[in-house]
Unconditional design. Structure first.
Length: 245
């Protein structure tokens, strides 16, 4: 199920917009929210005309044939930058790899760009608590973005932040159908739900920035989650290790 909401162009109250949407939320609903929708609610939108470009950003922009202001914002938003290709810097933000650190020109007015939420796990947890305190119901929250996957055409969903349930389930030690013991498998629950939500919400002018998933089994939790619960260290990542070699 998706929730249709009016187009937003400035900061707004996220919880208030959801409860006044006319949708009837239920206990154990999983709310998948577009990261852009959350960012807009928090005012994480930047006017490119106000960006001052550093020498380092100018050099990167020249090297990778990209907008110098986007290069500057990527430098500011990134934990670090691996490499680049024409038009993009392959950056890491909050432990997650994303082209241009997730900065996007889509679904914002011309001349502006939208960033990831500044503290996405805090945003997800605050929304979960508002549902609990004001409506008396427990919900799970996923802040999701669309993402290109290595060697694949098109975008899928990825979880930027989560609240209310364990985002990853450890399958190690369990047996498969043939009795083989699983040794390395973790189940990316939050990313799977993010993909479901992104598929329902769409990518263009649908104006459905929220999807609600029901009747799916997750491990509920009240603990405060962070990026450490969903990211893998680069030295353990098979893609990064393989490409570096």
């Amino acid at each position: 199920m998706t929730i249709s909401l009016p187009v937003k162009k400035s900061r707004f109250d996220l919880f208030d917009s959801l409860i006044h949407s006319g949708f009837r939320f239920r206990e154990n609903d999983i709310l998948v929210l577009s990261s852009k929708f959350v960012s807009m609610s928090e005012g994480s939108v930047v006017n490119l005309n106000k960006i001052k470009v550093s020498k380092k950003a100018q050099n990167l922009a020249f090297k990778y044939h990209m907008d110098a202001k986007i290069a500057e914002l990527t430098l500011r938003e990134s934990d670090y930058i691996y490499k680049g290709i024409p038009g993009f810097l392959l950056a890491v933000k909050d432990g997650m790899m994303a082209p241009n650190a997730g900065i996007d020109k889509s679904n914002v007015p011309s001349g502006f760009v939208i960033l990831y939420p500044q503290e996405p796990f805090k945003s997800a947890e605050n929304l979960r608590l508002k549902f609990l305190v004001n409506l008396g119901i427990k919900v799970g929250v996923v802040i999701a973005d669309s993402r290109l996957m290595p060697t694949r055409i098109g975008t899928t969903g990825v979880a930027i932040a989560i609240a209310g349930f364990e985002p990853v389930e450890d399958q190690r030690g369990k047996k498969d159908l043939f009795g083989n013991v699983m040794r390395v498998t973790f189940r990316a629950v939050a990313d799977s739900l993010a993909s479901m939500g992104v598929a329902m919400m769409g990518e263009t002018d649908e104006s459905t920035p929220v999807a609600v998933i029901r009747h799916i089994k997750v491990i509920a939790t009240n603990r405060r989650l962070s990026s450490h619960d969903i990211v893998v260290d680069p030295v353990q990542d098979i893609y990064v290790r393989g490409l570096e070699r």
